[in-house]
Design a protein around this ligand. Sequence first.
Ligand code: NAD
Length: 476
Amino acid sequence: MAVAGVDGPGAPTPGGVATFAVHDPATGEVLAHVADRGPADALAALDRAVAAADGWAATAPRVRGEVLRRAFDLLVERRESFALLMSLEMGKPLAEARGEVAYGGEFLRWFSEEAVRVQGRYGEAPEGTGTMIVTHRPVGPCYLVTPWNFPLAMATRKIAPALAAGCTVVVKPAELTPLTTIALAELLREAGVPDGVVTVVTTTDAAGVTAPLLSDPRLRKLSFTGSTAVGKVLIAQAAENVLRTSMELGGNAPFVVMADADLDAAVDGAMLAKFRNGGQACTAANRLLVHESVADEFTRRLAERVAAFVVGPGTADGTTLGPLIDDRAVASCTRLVDDAVARGARVVVGGAALDRPGSFFAPTVLADVPRDADLMHREIFGPVAAVTSFRDEDDAVQLANDTPYGLVAYVFTTDLACGRRMLGRLRTGMLGVNTGLVSNAAAPFGGVGQSGLGREGGSEGIHEYLDTTYALEPHG
Ligand code: NAD
């Protein structure tokens, strides 16, 4: 496997450069070694981004769009190898990895189209004394930091709008899953992305590599997807140079099932919202809030489905639930489940780590989870469905909003008016009504509160990488 680094995407590791191992979480086996870059390498990567910035910004939007479109076409051609790579380094079942290739690819296609749709305004000043002209231009060199849970989509969701807007980027993938980003950088090069426009920096020293970049005045933008704890540190660091920031942070999604909900649809939705990616998603349904009149029946039907999961390596035939990302994640799920049970929750299925090689936790359903359980207040990030009941709509709203996060919420009801009301009442950036999946490249993805700042995707996404400029031309 070629290693991307400061010498450009796909360049081989120069002799003597330190490397680190990337593991298969299903077996613990080493998959590859990649370059372990340091602060000086990160600054060299920024040098490249700065050197390429003017040329890329001056490249016609149509040309930038066509490069992204070629990248989309190449990704479609290589769908299987990207899916396999992600399944190997991250653990998700192959079918889900294919789904992520499709989703991640959509950002390349969508922003290939958006590149030529950046429009300004032209109008008369209210006083009638001149013409006001509003335009946009690229913010400049960007630093993009991505998490391990969606190795491809989190990268394309940032790289595609940045490139469409005319920005050059330095990308730092999570150390647990750098291989997909390396392969993506190579694909972008083949699609025609010029030298220096995208440089990948792989490292085990995220903080050490990031600090000098954020304090370098040549950098103009930080886009981060990851935990709220790290996001807060980066926002503080970004203040030094008043950087533009986009922050896609953690969540604690409520999944609300009203008394009138179609329970089969609600269970389908919960399977998707809770167990996709093994529950390791910022959008994962963290709290299943179910009306007390249907809680037992919902839990029974959900448990039946959960007990039928085929747990195994993501790459194995028939696997429907893969491993967690590492043993720390297994330990965290164990602690959260034990805490809930100690406070009175009931284990309906699963409930513990699996005694087998790799980082596996049993798919789990907990009933009667008390409101003060730890997992009601922090991301579970694992295959644990925690069911709590509520009395009425007001109680559901109060419970759902009892979190500083606000990324996504789900509501299941057959009452359209109730669905619409919830859009106003739930503090959230996104809402799924009778669906367990809201992500779409054409929609603005993002949260409120401690779930972050800014939006990715949609017509909003490209503006995260554009400055607005205004000129006044007085009439002669
Ligand atoms: P994380 O915050 O530990 O790491 C995210 C990235 O930040 C990684 O690349 C990591 O190497 C880097 N990083 C860690 N410490 C750093 C530091 N001090 N300075 C600079 N970089 C640093 O998160 P994770 O465990 O990789 O991902 C899971 C988290 O990401 C969850 O909280 C999840 O909700 C969130 N997430 C959010 C979204 C979203 O769109 N809102 C999407 C996916 C994941």
